[in-house]
Every structure is written in structure tokens, then in C-alpha cells.
Write a new protein. Structure first.
Length: 97
């Protein structure tokens, strides 16, 4: 991940991201100033039969079963997925996304 520096106060990687108008907006925690828009990529799987598909778009029984299988497979869950992707899968399976 890139280093984000506030041009106003010089804080390094001390920011909050907030989704505004389909953009992640980085705001400095130190001085409260806008820093920059940060690209937003929704969590997706980049392997397997649904490679490239965004997690929140898994609806069919087969797709949901695939997410359950991933969650129950420690070799994939613990080793291939980052925390953000695991959270998205949990939210999808719990019906919150």
C-alpha cells in the first residue's frame, strides 16, 4: 500500500478513509484536511471458478456454497485471503452485504 502524506501538516499514514460519491476520501487525522481520493476496489476473489467476481455479488446457492467452502478451508481462508476479503465473505454469508 502506498504511503499517504498530508501536505498540510506532514502526517504520514495517519488518515481516515470515508466513502463519498463512490470514492474513498482520505482525511488527515492530525489536522482534519482532505489529503486525496484513494482508489476503491471492492473485495473480490482472484482465484478459482469465480475469479474476479466481487464478493457482495455472490447470490446463487452454488456461489454461496462456494463461499462457505472457502470459509471452512483453512488452507485458503488463512493463507490466501487478506483480512478485508475475509470480512467481506463473513458479511455476505451473514446476510449483511
Amino acid at each position: 500500500m502506498e504511503t499517504i502524506v498530508c501536505k498540510n501538516c506532514g502526517s504520514i499514514d495517519d488518515y481516515t478513509l470515508e466513502m463519498k460519491s463512490n470514492q474513498n476520501v482520505a482525511t488527515c487525522n492530525g489536522c482534519g484536511q482532505f489529503i486525496k481520493n484513494v482508489a476503491y476496489n471492492p473485495p473480490a476473489l482472484y482465484f478459482g471458478k469465480y475469479s474476479g467476481k466481487v464478493i457482495k455479488d455472490y447470490f446463487t446457492p452454488d456461489e454461496v456454497n462456494y463461499l462457505h467452502w472457502i470459509r471452512n478451508n483453512p488452507d485458503i481462508w488463512d493463507k490466501k485471503l487478506n483480512e478485508r476479503t475475509r470480512k467481506a465473505i463473513n458479511l455476505r454469508l451473514d446476510g449483511k452485504s
